[in-house]
Design a protein around this ligand. Sequence first.
Ligand code: SAH
Length: 390
Amino acid sequence: MTHVFLKKKISRRIESGHPWIFANEVNSVEGDATGGATVDVFTHDKKFVGRGYINPKSQILVRLLTRDKSETIDEAFFYNRLLEAWAYRQKIGYTENCRLVFGEADYLPALIIDKFNDYFVLQTLALGMDRWKPAIVQALERIFRPKGIYERNDVPVRELEGLPQQKGPLSAPFDTTIRLRENGVDFYVDIDGGQKTGYFLDQHDNRRAIRHIVKDADVLGAFCYTGSFEMHAAHYGAKSVLGLDISAGAVAQATRNAELNGLQDRCRFEAVNAFDVLKQWSREGRQYDVVMLDPPAFTKSRETIQRAITGYKEINLRGMQLVKRGGFLVTSSCTNLVRPETFLETIQLAAKDAKRRLRQVTFRAQASDHPIIEGWENTNYLKFLIVQVI
Ligand code: SAH
């Protein structure tokens, strides 16, 4: 077994149990350091820290899989971890659709598995986890007898690990346009061509949170993707719903979803750039009862946080201007680099510029199948805010 020795001064992150160990935190490596190999990590004075996998090509040199010295990393380990992850989701009330594995928070760093009823979509985002893909697939087969398993490893972060971008079935080939039902609304999900794993499960509970404010309302939803918030709004009794997305493919899918639910009369979608349109419509004085914003992560690196914050401020300012007095703004941010406090401050700055006062209805994070671990910033990433604009 390869031994990795940390420097004398250990970061707060490692002390708080976070599974990442950066190359610059390591003093020496003894033994096989081939990418993907299982290694034991020790403090400078040889106290066991944990066991994980190494990748000398990555800035994150080791990702820990366990802090238990007696635990072996083998097929059975992955089977048991998946069983535990499923037991946890069932315990907190999930039955059909859920994020079955949320990487670090399930102590399976760099592994994402979304369960869409009988279908599973997975991402192995680090070399050491990618190596165990056959074991993970086998465990899914054993536990769930799925109708299909698909990999959506067509993501650039894999290149930081020296891994190729790829996607395709990991089970017998199957029709990748599947259907799921969320909060009583039906959706087509394209697990091959859709964004990320095909559907954003993290807003599951937040979509339900709009239930009362959208009743009899004229609703505008920007960054709608396949229309999940918009369909919920129509389902909960909105008078009219208009969804906007820059992707023509997403808009086509959203339109199909409206038809699937018989909501096409009240729910329309347009392929436009939301930045341009929100600005133009707010200048023209258009007004809605509810405006919903769910933009993509405007930044993936610390260097561009300020630009991202400017982007959030701009769209929220426009969003508020489009809300009738007494109406509601529903707004999200999905990058962990913008902390919850910063997000709230940004919204306040936008309100000041818009000369509006806000009354907070709810402020929360992602659904609980994406557990947050205190101190592990990347597990606390989604901000979801509803305010009344007065
Ligand atoms: N609300 C969706 C998820 C939105 S993801 C849901 O709950 O499922 C963000 C979306 O913003 C993507 O679909 C992307 O195509 C879209 N997008 C990115 N830039 C945009 C822009 N400038 N104008 C409109 N849409 C944009």
